[in-house]
Design a protein around this ligand. Sequence first.
Ligand code: ZN
Length: 208
Amino acid sequence: MLDKIKMSEKYSGVKFKTIFREKSKIKHKGIEKLRHWGRKFTELDLAPKIEGGFAGNLSFRTHRGFIITASVANLSGLNDDDLVEVTDADVCLKHVFVCGLKEPSSESFLHHAIYVRRADINAVFHGHDKLTLKFNDLLNFPVTEKEQPYGSAELVNDVVKILDKCKDYYYILIKNHGFISLGKTMDEAGNEAISQHKRAIELNKQAK
Ligand SMILES: [Zn+2]
């Protein structure tokens, strides 16, 4: 079953145009916490290594928008220039407006759509957990309808459909791809990902 769970698409950069409103380093008191969770995700293999970086992206809400990890950022040791503040996004024109020095994560539209819809949510963490995907029949998470290319409008739409169904989801699976954990705080989003991972580890032990 596990071998069916693989992303068929190789990472080839962001699928939007980044418009820099300010090309400077981002400063924010929340950055240290994001660094902590980036490290934690790589340690637990919730953001596996890919060419040039790690497969996962983490963000938290700010008063101008949200601060997110850059495309192919080193999540195990985020530098100041690996963080980008997204201040706006235009899905139709495929434009993402930012302050920072690098391109933001390829999933910036996904994070943007979640913050727009969930006023209660201040942190969005996306990672790849093979075990929660493998045992979803038993864990019963909301899961998107079908496999979609990363960073695509189709993927965002499928997640939005789930969000519109229920305002109480904090852990959503993206079919054959990964998870999104949501929290009022970064600690909540991070701990949610870990606790669901632990449940799947238990099921994996029982299955052996
Ligand atoms: Zn992903």
